[in-house]
Design a protein around this ligand. Structure first.
Ligand SMILES: Nc1ncnc2c1ncn2[C@@H]1O[C@H](COP(=O)(O)OP(=O)(O)OP(=O)(O)O)[C@@H](O)[C@H]1O
Ligand code: SF4
Ligand SMILES: [Mg+2]
Length: 345
């Protein structure tokens, strides 16, 4: 197999809402607009951005829980749109999801053992002995005692339930796990344990992660690369360290300025931008960030800035900070492909 594990090209999702008189007058929520990125085996790509910017919709599109309005998702260069039913099942084995709220995503009537072996039993029959051995192995992988297999979700702590969700995601030996706000509901100390567990599993099993979070502290801890989304679009995609050391897009700068600073040596950035995120039903013209941007110029109100590669390999969509040239526009798509986990410091 060649190429990146996962490649997303110009992915777009518009949700129609309400009923218009004519088909083309139905208003749409522009949840995801022209999003491109790739993920290498064993890499963690984080997706950050304010509530409603389209992070979970990207996850749903990758899992094929919703159909895209446009664009492609390729796994090892195979377009998943063209997969037949049995091929799609194989694809789904490769990509698993861990959710924010483990309680609502775990069947309360099944034991921990049944919950984590269920995905495998959708594909093959297991004897009781095989089922118990698999449950014990997966529970141990996520740092839980095998005896826990007999417990119901209601008999576990929040952290244990999230470990159970991770064990269930591991059951089919996926190449990639999408974690959507997977630690957001947990206490800080339990968060740290779960993040370390995910990083250990990545080291041991070479799993890639798409880690969706609004918490920049968590992202800085776990990410290899970070994609920053604003109103459905990626506005900056960079190596994690470089992004936090020197954000380029004014929105990234604002996000980092608004986040609590764990490192006292880090230079504080100017105050975060003010104002609400505009509606994705009727987004601002040009650069959607322009009503909140302290650097906005006339061009920003009329032209959508393209993603442009800049000196350190990141891509940025900003007329002022990363002005486009013909050459840079041509190479922008290539630059959304990261050098991957190998480059992690
Ligand atoms: N089924 C749907 N129908 C209509 N609009 C939707 C639907 N699902 C999501 N949206 C809208 O799409 C936009 C993106 O939603 P999404 O859930 O992807 O955001 P998010 O970045 O995950 O936010 P959060 O951080 O709050 O989880 C939002 O404006 C949301 O209201
Ligand atoms: S394109 Fe203009 S409005 Fe958008 S971030 Fe850059 S300077 Fe601000
Ligand atoms: Mg979400």
């Amino acid at each position: 197999m060649s190429g990146p594990l996962l490649k997303v090209e110009n992915l777009t999702k518009h949700y129609p809402i309400g009923a218009g008189f004519l088909k083309n007058t139905i208003p749409v929520v522009r949840a995801v607009e022209d999003v491109s990125f790739s993920v290498e085996a064993g890499e963690t790509l984080c997706i950050v951005g304010e509530s409603g910017c389209g992070k979970s919709t990207v996850a749903r599109l990758l899992m094929r829980l919703v159909e895209p309005t446009g664009g492609r998702v390729l796994i090892y260069e195979t377009d998943i749109a063209g997969l037949k039913k049995h091929e799609l099942r194989a694809y789904r084995r490769q990509m698993q999801m861990v959710f924010q709220d483990p309680y609502s995503s775990l069947n309360p009537r099944l034991t921990a053992g049944q919950i984590i072996t269920e995905p495998v039993e959708n594909f093959e029959r297991l004897t009781r002995k095989q089922r118990n051995a698999l449950a014990a192995d997966l529970l141990q992988k996520v740092g839980m005692s095998p005896e826990m297999m007999h417990r119901l979700p209601s008999e576990l702590s929040g952290g244990q339930r999230q470990r159970l969700g991770i064990a269930r995601a591991l059951a089919l030996k996926p190449s990639i796990i999408i974690a959507d706000e997977a630690v957001s509901a947990l206490d800080v100390s339990v968060q740290a344990q779960i993040l370390n567990l995910l990083m250990d599993l990545q080291q041991q099993m070479g799993i890639a992660f798409i880690f969706i979070s609004h918490d920049l502290g968590v992202v800085e801890h776990i990410g290899h690369r970070v994609a920053v989304m604003y109103l459905g679009r990626i506005v900056e995609l960079a190596q994690c360290e470089a992004l936090f050391a020197k954000p380029v897009h004014p929105y990234t700068e604002a996000l980092i300025a608004a986040a609590p600073v764990a490192d006292p040596t880090r230079v504080r950035l100017p105050a975060p931008v003010e104002g609400e995120v505009p509606s994705p039903i009727n987004p601002p013209s040009g650069c959607a960030f322009h009503p909140r941007c302290p650097l906005a110029v006339d061009r920003c109100r009329v032209e959508v800035p393209p993603l442009v590669p800049i000196a350190d390999g990141r891509v940025v969509a900003c007329h002022v900070r990363a002005p486009a040239t013909k050459v840079s526009e041509d190479s922008a798509v290539a630059a959304t492909d990261g050098p991957g986990a190998k480059s992690r410091a």
